[in-house]
Design a protein around this ligand. Structure first.
Ligand SMILES: Cc1cc2nc3c(=O)[nH]c(=O)nc-3n(C[C@H](O)[C@H](O)[C@H](O)COP(=O)(O)O)c2cc1C
Length: 133
């Protein structure tokens, strides 16, 4: 199934992660900024900045496009302790979205595969729920 990935990246880690994801799956990837208009339902992958803050471009993108976003995932660094990947928790709470994954920096092959599995599972669960209702 074709998927759309919306992502934010400042220093290139999320960029590297989503390119590995796209190489493995052929999914569409779009780097967001404050002007991005989502045209398809998709999955957000962002990072954490400041002291556990949501990056400003992600914030603006979500203000304008949250209805198109199905899940959230986040990159961070465990050196930040309790603030590890906190932007993901904040966005998931604020927009009532599932937080699929937190990963460190640009992730590894196992995490790329985990993301693929979780996105596929999300659709499987969602479709099953739809049929059941
Ligand atoms: C100024 C600054 C603040 C950061 N704050 C946090 C933080 O609070 N929590 C966290 O998990 N990671 C934090 N990080 C780590 C980044 O989220 C991590 O390096 C991420 O992979 C960056 O993604 P990008 O390279 O795609 O921009 C911070 C990094 C920088 C440079």
């Amino acid at each position: 199934m074709q998927e759309w990935i919306y992502y934010d990246s400042k220093t290139g880690n999320v960029d590297r992660f989503v390119h590995k994801l796209a190489e493995a799956t052929g999914w569409h990837i779009t780097k967001i900024d404050e002007h991005t208009k989502a045209m398809h339902p998709g999955h957000l992958i962002t990072f954490t900045t400041g002291f556990g803050q949501v990056p400003p471009k992600t914030d603006a993108f979500m203000s304008n496009n949250a209805d198109y976003v199905q899940t959230v995932s986040v990159s961070g660094n465990r050196n930040w302790g309790a603030n590890f990947g906190k932007a993901g928790d904040t966005l998931a709470d604020r927009y009532c979205l599932p937080l699929l994954m937190k990963f460190e920096l640009s992730g590894n092959g196992r995490e790329v595969q985990e993301m693929i599995n979780k996105i596929n599972e999300y659709h499987h669960d969602y479709e099953t729920m739809d049929i059941a209702q």
